[in-house]
Design a protein around this ligand. Structure first.
Ligand code: URA
Length: 243
């Protein structure tokens, strides 16, 4: 537990960092019986008390799988509420979980939430080659060279660097007048799928991510549900074969 005391208390319901610093300044906080003199002091596994009452440490680390529903932003800016972080169960709130990559407000699907920075890197770095699979419903018509352009690394109009080679699979048309495709990406640029489809002549109407690495969105995760990853799922995320 390497948290600073102000973070530690703020993450456990004692208010903002500013609130907590006042509590510390009044001499009400102790670590292992010693009065805390600086809000930057580290907890280092010590026993923390406020006014003599012990503050429970709670869960120390977690990686959660989340089925992000439509309408929620992957952001910490309250102005963008409703936020994904508002759906994190209370017992995990103090961990300050981050998502491994983001999904737009209008995108649903699998998101990994964790306090493990190395895991985030392993899931998001293009070098780690963990594909993200997107199911796309689009209107309009893609150009005849769409698959080829994506395979070679498509240029987006407002981006100097071409996208990394990706895998676009077009599906047979449905009766509803919309078209369906699957796209597997190994990087995460801003609105990447929507921008790629637009560049190819289409318009994304619905977007859903249903696989990361070798892990499909688990069936028990209904939209909005979040639970801890199992060791077998973690193995699939990191080392499972791509679709
Ligand atoms: N690409 C997008 O355009 N949106 C997402 O949410 C994810 C990938």
């Amino acid at each position: 537990m390497a948290d600073r005391i102000d973070q530690f208390l703020s993450h456990r319901g004692f208010g903002t960092r500013t609130d907590v610093r006042k509590v510390i300044a009044y001499g009400r906080v102790r670590i292992n019986g010693r009065k805390v003199k600086s809000h930057g002091q580290h907890v280092e596994g010590g026993r923390v008390t406020v006014d003599g009452v012990e503050v429970p440490v709670g869960i120390e680390t977690a990686t959660l799988l989340f089925h992000k529903p439509l309408g929620y932003a992957c952001s910490t800016d309250p102005a963008e509420s409703p936020l994904v972080e508002e759906l994190i169960p209370p017992e995990y709130q103090h961990l300050g979980l981050n998502s491994a990559g983001r999904l737009d407000r209008d995108t649903s699907g699998l998101l990994v939430m964790t306090d493990d920075g190395a895991l985030i890197h392993r899931l998001t770095s293009p070098k780690a080659h963990r594909g993200k699979r997107y199911r796309i419903v689009y209107s309009g018509h893609l150009s005849s060279h769409a698959v080829d352009r994506v395979t070679k690394g498509i240029h987006l109009p407002d981006d100097p660097n071409p996208c990394l080679p990706a895998d676009l699979r077009l599906e047979a048309d449905d009766a509803d007048g919309l078209h369906r495709a699957t796209l597997i990406l190994h990087e995460g640029r801003y609105h990447q799928v929507r921008r790629m489809i637009a560049e190819l002549g289409g318009n994304v109407e619905r977007l859903h991510r249903d696989r990361i690495g070798g892990l499909d969105l688990p069936q028990d995760l209904v939209p909005g549900a979040m639970r801890e990853v199992t060791p077998a799922e973690l193995e699939l995320l990191l080392h499972g074969p791509e679709a």
